[in-house]
Design a protein around this ligand. Structure first.
Ligand code: NAD
Length: 493
């Protein structure tokens, strides 16, 4: 059994396009969460004992099952989030690739490695290896209910940990699907378990004695997670919200930049942590950028029919925030070039210009299909404005000559040059934020190390002529060591 049963309280997950009940799930109590973590501790010992190869073989098996049943998983994602089936497939494909990478590279990244002992300790052999933390608690959001939590789950499993996963209350069915298919691949022990419910269930997971808590969600909840984890000194990884900017330089391919801004801002109805929400465009190409973008955006429509490119807003409460940001932009002098309407379920793609930097539409995460486009005199101004945000997750630069320079200077964990969001699909690259966007990294070698504890080991190879770690040390040895250290490091420069 991989999920905790026997609870009386339940909740429904709803289809945001129709309000139909997609599934009914238990609201797990703190006791049940604690019991899941205790079971996971036992399973973790077995999982760790399999070693890198044993785990990799089983993770590849799971990856194969996800791949073969991807359309079925996409159906669940579509039903619970409302996003088009094809978009659900994209996040599943990326998650499969990440799982394969984590399984394949865990030994290389985390396995024992020799380190130089240095001159003073040259009689020692030195190693470091990354050992599993035990049980990792993963709390996930609903917007990319496969790709986002899998960035923690697959890497934590590959590093040798058991995982207890609390998916968003909007997407519990996706979590259940992942846990069930893992049990098909690894039936022996509950290495990957599900707990479902609301914030209280997540808070219980923070307090249940896990080795680390990997959280993805809003910055506001991230603060609560840290506070709860602080009670037991449980380390945390926080992947929080974003307000990602795109910079468009004078020498950029304007058509490509407009295409990138449109997809980066509107895909998944703008409900993307690394979605583009602000665009800063060099004055020399501003007019042509705005014209091209507005023209292209006319083809993007919200709905749930096959012709619609974006689905509903998954969380009803978010509609009010999107509406509020558009209203604040207009109130403070902004103009709507396209869209601007937010209904009961859908928000139409919205392009805003002349919005002051102080407006909520520029300052706060909108998490809807909106873009603010701002004219700048040069890229220094673009950088100043882009970097003034409290959020700093990803970002994008469209430029020829200065692409790399601008990418380095754009504050945040990841930047794509001449494309959008590409970094998320490169499994060898770390993913994570700065400031209110959080800290710690998923993906890549850094993401594997996040779920391991570095263990240092020395082995004495022979007795040293100058042994420091003994009371038998003489004044002569101390003098020789002092002389040696002066020779090594005392030279005036
Ligand atoms: P949210 O913060 O409302 O909820 C996230 C998860 O936290 C849910 O599972 C929820 O049940 C749980 N939770 C809520 N209160 C809790 C508490 N007190 N203790 C423990 N757990 C609690 O976020 P959301 O609306 O599900 O997701 C959208 C947000 O996630 C956006 O801000 C988005 O930018 C962000 N996000 C970030 C990344 C990233 O990688 N940085 C990726 C995807 C989404």
């Amino acid at each position: 059994m991989t999920s905790v049963q026997s609870t009386t309280t339940t909740f429904d997950s709803l289809n945001p396009a129709t309000d139909e009940v997609v599934g009914t799930h238990p609201v797990h109590t703190a006791e049940q969460v604690g019991a899941a973590v205790r079971r996971a501790e036992a399973a973790a010992a077995w999982w760790a004992s399999l070693g890198f190869d044993g785990r990799a073989e089983r993770l590849q098996r799971w990856k194969g099952i996800i791949t073969r049943r991807a359309a079925q998983l996409a159906d669940v994602v579509h039903a619970e989030t409302g996003k088009p089936h094809a978009d659900a497939m994209i996040e599943i494909i990326l998650a499969i690739d990440h799982t394969a990478w984590a399984a394949k590279n865990a030994r290389k990244v985390l396995g024992a490695k020799r380190r130089s002992p240095g001159l003073l300790m040259s009689n020692q052999a030195a190693w470091v290896e990354y050992q599993p933390l035990g049980v990792v608690g993963v709390i996930g959001p609903w917007n990319y209910p496969v790709f986002t939590p899998m960035g923690s789950i697959a890497y934590a499993l590959a590093a040798g940990n058991a995982v207890v996963f609390k998916p968003s209350e909007h997407t519990p069915g996706v979590g259940q699907w992942l846990v069930d298919t893992f049990a098909d691949a690894v039936p022996e022990h509950p290495v990957f378990q599900l707990v479902t419910g609301f914030g209280e269930t997540g808070a219980a997971l923070c307090r249940a004695g896990v080795g680390k808590l990997a959280f993805t969600g809003s910055a506001a909840t991230g603060r609560k997670i840290m506070a709860a984890c602080a009670e037991t000194l449980t380390p945390v990884l926080i992947e929080a919200g974003g307000k990602d900017a795109m910079l468009v330089d004078a020498d950029a391919d304007v058509d490509a930049a407009a295409d990138g801004a449109l997809w980066g801002g509107m895909s998944n109805a703008g409900q993307t942590c690394v979605g583009i929400e602000r665009v800063y465009v060099h004055e020399q190409v501003y007019d042509s950028f705005v014209t091209t973008l507005t023209e292209k955006a006319k083809d993007v429509r919200a709905g749930s029919d096959s012709g619609a490119k974006i689905g509903p807003i998954t969380m009803p409460a978010q509609l009010e925030i999107i509406r509020g940001h558009i209203a604040d932009a207009i109130r403070s002098g902004g103009r709507v070039l396209l869209g601007g309407t937010v209904g009961d379920r859908y928000a139409e793609p919205t392009i805003l210009v002349d919005v002051p930097e102080s407006s909520e539409a520029v300052q706060e995460e909108t998490f809807g299909p909106t873009l603010t486009i701002t004219k700048v005199k040069d890229m220094d101004e673009a950088l100043d404005k882009a970097n003034a945000s409290k959020y700093a997750l990803g970002g994008s630069v469209f430029a020829k000559a200065k692409g790399m320079e601008l990418a380095r200077k754009l504050r945040g964990g990841m930047t794509s040059i001449n494309s959008v969001i590409s970094f998320a699909g490169v499994p060898s690259l770390p993913f994570g934020g700065v400031g209110d966007s959080g800290f710690g990294r998923i993906h890549g070698p850094e993401g594997l190390r996040e779920f391991g504890r570095p263990k240092a080991i020395t082995r004495q190879r022979f007795a040293a002529p100058l042994t420091l770690t003994t009371f038998a040390r003489t004044a002569k040895v101390d003098a020789q060591v002092a002389k040696l250290i002066t020779l090594l490091h005392g030279k005036r420069r």
